[in-house]
Ligand binder design. Structure first.
Ligand code: COA
Length: 388
C-alpha cells in the first residue's frame, strides 16, 4: 500500500443555509478544496462523496454524478458512499484505499447534507433510518431516544452523571467559539446545559448535536505524487484507516454501554500506525450526543472503560488537557450535517497538523485521530494522521 496525504481542504460554514441550495454547498466546499491543494480540476481522477439521506432531506439522489457535474469534473468516476452519519468517514476511507492501492494518484473526497429544508420531525424520521426500522424507528424510538438508552446503561453500570455529560457540551461549545465555521459559536455554562429541556431523558437539548446544513471536501494524493509535484508543503499523511461494523439494532447488542465497532476500528488503526492512545495529540470524535463522546474516548483508550465521565469532568479532554477532544467544537457545537461530518473531522486534523487552527491550535500537535460513527454505532471509522 502506498502512503496517502491530504493536500487541500475546503468547508462551508455549518448551520442553517437558507440562502444556499444543496448544489451551491457542494460547489463551495469542492472549489475551496481544489484551490487549497494547488491542483487544477483536470488533475483529479475520481470522486468519493459521502451523503446519508439527500432523498429525504432535499428530494435529490444520484449524488455521485451530481458532485462531478457541479464541480465541472465530468467524465471522471464519481461515487456516493452511504453509511448514515459515518458516510463522510467511509468516503474518506474509500478515497484513501483508491490512492493507497495505486489505482489513482489524485482523488477528491467530499461530504454533504442539507437537513434544514424539512421539519425537525421529518429530519428525525430520516435520521431514524440509520437504526433498525422494525425494532426502533417504527416503534417510535428516535436517535435521541436510542442514545438516551445508552446513556442510562452507562449511568447504571458506571455511575456516570448528567453533570458529567453536561461537561462535554460546555467544553465543545467553548471550543466552537474559536471556529468561524461552527454552527454555534457561543459558550454555554454547566447550569445552562443542566437547565435545558429534556429531549429524551437523560439527554437534554444541550446534550444533542443540532440539525445542520454543510459540506466539506479534501484532496487526497499519493505522498510520492505530492513530493514529485512540490505539493507537499501542507501535506498531512493518513497513517491509518480502519472501519468496523456492529448490529443495527440496540436490542441485538451484548450491552449498551460501549460501542464495540468503535473499539475494534480504534484498535486496528493503532496497530496500523504502530501507535498507542498515548501517542495521539488531539482527537475529533463522534459526539452526536454528549454520551457518545464519553463512549468514544473509552473505546479509543484515552481513559479506562467506565471512566469517561470522570475523565471529562476532570478537564482531561479540554484544549489544555492531556488529550484535547473535539477542538473544532465537535458535532455538538460545530454542527452535524451528517454526510459531511466525517470529512470535516479530517479537515480539523489537517488544520491542526499544519499549525493552522488559530485560537484552537493544539500546541506542538504532531499526531491526530478522527472517529466517525454511523447510527448508534453500527459503523465506525477511525483515521490517524501526522504531518508528512
Ligand atoms: N444544541 C443547541 N441549541 C440548539 C440545538 C442543539 N442541538 N438544537 C436547536 N437549538 C436551538 C436553536 O438554535 C434554537 O435557538 P433560538 O430559539 O435561539 O433560535 C432553539 O434551540 C430551537 O431550535 P429548533 O430548531 O426549534 O429545535 P428543535 O426542537 O426543532 O430541535 C433537537 C432540537 C434536539 C430535537 C434537534 O436538534 C435534534 O433532533 N438533534 C439531534 C440530531 C440527530 O439525531 N442527529 C443524528 C445523530 S446520530
Amino acid at each position: 500500500m502506498r502512503s496517502v496525504s491530504i493536500i487541500g481542504a475546503g468547508c462551508t460554514k455549518f448551520g442553517e443555509h437558507w440562502e444556499k441550495n444543496f448544489k451551491e454547498l457542494i460547489a463551495e466546499a469542492g472549489v475551496k478544496a481544489i484551490l487549497d491543494s494547488g491542483l487544477e480540476r483536470k488533475d483529479i481522477q475520481a470522486v468519493y462523496g459521502g451523503c446519508m439521506a439527500s432523498g429525504r432531506f432535499v428530494g435529490q439522489e444520484h449524488i455521485g454524478a451530481l458532485i462531478a457535474d457541479q464541480l465541472g469534473l465530468n467524465p471522471i468516476p464519481s461515487t456516493r458512499l452511504e453509511a448514515a452519519c459515518a458516510s463522510g468517514g467511509v468516503a474518506l476511507r474509500n478515497g484513501y484505499i483508491a490512492v493507497a492501492s495505486g489505482l489513482y494518484d489524485v482523488v477528491a473526497v467530499g461530504g454533504i447534507e442539507k437537513m434544514t429544508e424539512v421539519s425537525t420531525e421529518d429530519a428525525g424520521f430520516a435520521l431514524g433510518g440509520a437504526g433498525d426500522q422494525e425494532t426502533e424507528l417504527f416503534m417510535g424510538a428516535s436517535f435521541p431516544a436510542l442514545y438516551a438508552l445508552m446513556a442510562r446503561a452507562h449511568m447504571s453500570k458506571f455511575g456516570t452523571t448528567e453533570e458529567q455529560l453536561a461537561h462535554v457540551a460546555v467544553k465543545n461549545h467553548s471550543n466552537a467559539v474559536n471556529n468561524p465555521y461552527a454552527q454555534f459559536q457561543n459558550a454555554v455554562t454547566l447550569e445552562q446545559v443542566m437547565k435545558s429541556g429534556y429531549v429524551a431523558s437523560p439527554l437534554k437539548l444541550l446534550d444533542c448535536s443540532p440539525i445542520s446544513d454543510g459540506a466539506a471536501a479534501v484532496i487526497l494524493v499519493s505522498s510520492d505524487y505530492a513530493k514529485k509535484n512540490k505539493l507537499d508543503k501542507k501535506a498531512v499523511e493518513i497513517i491509518a484507516s480502519a472501519q468496523a461494523s456492529d448490529t443495527l439494532a440496540l436490542a441485538s447488542r451484548e450491552n449498551l454501554y460501549e460501542t464495540k465497532a468503535g473499539k475494534i476500528a480504534g484498535k486496528q488503526a493503532y496497530e496500523q500506525a504502530n501507535l498507542t492512545p498515548k501517542d495521539i495529540d488531539f482527537a475529533e470524535v463522534h459526539d452526536c450526543f454528549t454520551i457518545a463522546e464519553i463512549m468514544a474516548i473509552e473505546a479509543l483508550g484515552f481513559c479506562k472503560q467506565g471512566e469517561g465521565g470522570k475523565f471529562t469532568e476532570q478537564g482531561n479532554t479540554k484544549m489544555d488537557g492531556s488529550i484535547p477532544v473535539n477542538t473544532s467544537g465537535g458535532l455538538k457545537a460545530k454542527g452535524h450535517p451528517v454526510g459531511a461530518t466525517g470529512v470535516a473531522q479530517a479537515i480539523e486534523a489537517y488544520q491542526q497538523l499544519n499549525n493552522n487552527a488559530g485560537k484552537r491550535q493544539v500546541k506542538g500537535a504532531e499526531t491526530g485521530l478522527t472517529h466517525n460513527i454511523g447510527g448508534s454505532g453500527a459503523t465506525a471509522v477511525v483515521h490517524i494522521y501526522r504531518k508528512a
